[in-house]
Write a protein that binds this ligand. Structure first.
Ligand code: FES
Ligand SMILES: [Fe+2]
Length: 344
C-alpha cells in the first residue's frame, strides 16, 4: 500500500454535494458524503451495520443520514441516533471521517480523526483574491497509481515531448531544471529567459517579442500539485514580481487515490489576467484539457506496463531526481505512520 492515511484529500467538488448522499471510494475505502440541512458536509463509512446496505442508497434526514432499507439514522459522527420500532442500539456505530470545505472542494481526513487539523488543509491565497480569476476544471479519472501522477508533476522535462502544441517550447529543451527539498514537499523549477513564447503564452499574453518564462512545480505531500507558471516581456521582471505584460497562472491538481491503480485528479486554475471574464477561464481550461488528456494517456500506458513488468528494475536518469526525492518523502511518511501504528 502506498497510501498515507493521516492526510487531507479532496473528496469531491463542494458544489456536487446537494440534497443527495454521494458515494465515493477513497484510498480503497467506501465513503458516503452528505450535506446536512445546516449546510455542513459530513462523511462516514458507506455501509449500514444492520444488513450492510450502502448508506449512500439512503436519504438525508435533517443533518443525519437514513438507511434506505430499514431506516436506521446516523449522525455525522457515524453514531446511530434513531431506529424504527426500538431505541437506537448503543453499539450501532460506523466510522466517521472529518471533512472541511476549502477552495470550492470538500476535503476529507482518512486517518485517525483525533489527528485531523483543518489548519493543515492546503490553501492557495490567490484563489481568494478579488483581482485574480479562478476556474474549475474537471475530475480527471486516471487508471494509474497516484505516485505516477506525482512523478509527472515533479518533472518539467516531459512537457516538450508530451505537450508540444500547448505548454512545450523548443527553446526550453536544454534549460536547466533545479529542485529543492522543502518542509511541505519538493519544489522543481525551470526558468526560461529570453525565449519564444509557448503556445499558451502566445494565446493569452500580449507579447510581440521574446519573453522570460518560469515553471515552478510545487509538489506537496501527499498529493497536491501547484504549477506556478507565467511570462513577462524579456528582461522586465522576474517570476516573483513585476514585468511588462506579466501573465501568471497557478494550475492546481488535487489528486485523490481511489485504488492502487486509479486516481482522480481534480484540477482548477487561478490567473492574474482578465479575471472577471469567465470565457478566458474556459479557454484556459480547453488548453489544459488537451494537455491533461495527453498526460493521462501516457500515465495509463505506463501503469499497464508497470503491472505487466512487476518487479523489473527501471533505468534512472538525472531528470528523475526531484520525483525521486518526492517518493523518498512519501516513503518516510509511510514508515512513520506504520511505526506509529505498531507502537499503539
Ligand atoms: S440495512 Fe440499514 S437499516 Fe437495515
Ligand atoms: Fe503534463
Amino acid at each position: 500500500m502506498s497510501f498515507i492515511r493521516n492526510a487531507w484529500y479532496v473528496a469531491n467538488w463542494a458544489h456536487d454535494l446537494q440534497d443527495e448522499p454521494l458515494a465515493q471510494t477513497i484510498l480503497g475505502e467506501n465513503v458516503v458524503l452528505w450535506r446536512g440541512a445546516d449546510g455542513d458536509v459530513r462523511a462516514a463509512e458507506d455501509v449500514c451495520p444492520h444488513r450492510f446496505l450502502p448508506l449512500s442508497k439512503g436519504r438525508i434526514a435533517g443533518n443525519d443520514l437514513q438507511c434506505g432499507y430499514h431506516g436506521l439514522i446516523f449522525d455525522g459522527h457515524g453514531q446511530c441516533v434513531g431506529a424504527p420500532t426500538q431505541a437506537a442500539p448503543p453499539d450501532c456505530k460506523i466510522r466517521e471521517y472529518p471533512v472541511h470545505e476549502n477552495m470550492g472542494m470538500v476535503w476529507i481526513w482518512m486517518g485517525d480523526p483525533a489527528l485531523a487539523d483543518t489548519n493543515d488543509i492546503y490553501d492557495l491565497p490567490e484563489y481568494h483574491w478579488k483581482d485574480w480569476g479562478a476556474a474549475f476544471g474537471d475530475a480527471l479519472d486516471v487508471e494509474a497509481n497516484y505516485l505516477l501522477l506525482c512523478d509527472n508533476l515533479c518533472d518539467p522535462t516531459h512537457v516538450n515531448y508530451v505537450h508540444p502544441s500547448t505548454l512545450g517550447n523548443p527553446d526550453e529543451i536544454n534549460a536547466p531544471v533545479t529542485f529543492e527539498d522543502t518542509s511541505w514537499g519538493v519544489l522543481t523549477e525551470r526558468l526560461t529567459p529570453n525565449s519564444a513564447p509557448t503556445g499558451f503564452v502566445a494565446a493569452f499574453g500580449n507579447h510581440d517579442g521574446k519573453v522570460d518564462m518560469w515553471q515552478r512545480y510545487l509538489m506537496y505531500t501527499p498529493s497536491v500539485s501547484i504549477i506556478d507558471f507565467g511570462a513577462t516581456a524579456a528582461g522586465t521582471g522576474s517570476w516573483q514580481e513585476g514585468g511588462e505584460g506579466r501573465i501568471q497562472v497557478y494550475s492546481c491538481h488535487f489528486m485523490t487515490p481511489i485504488t492502487e491503480t486509479r486516481t482522480i485528479d481534480r484540477w482548477l486554475h487561478v490567473r492574474n489576467f482578465q479575471s472577471d471574464d469567465p470565457s478566458v477561464g474556459e479557454s484556459i481550461s480547453e488548453q489544459f484539457r488537451i494537455a491533461f488528456a495527453e498526460d493521462k494517456d501516457i500515465l495509463q500506458a505506463v501503469q499497464a506496463e508497470e503491472t505487466r513488468h512487476e518487479g523489473r528494475p527501471k533505468i534512472g536518469l538525472d531528470l528523475d531526481a526531484s520525483a525521486g526525492l518526492f517518493r523518498l518523502k512519501i516513503n518516510r511518511l509511510l514508515r512513520a505512520e506504520t511505526s506509529a501504528q505498531a507502537a499503539e
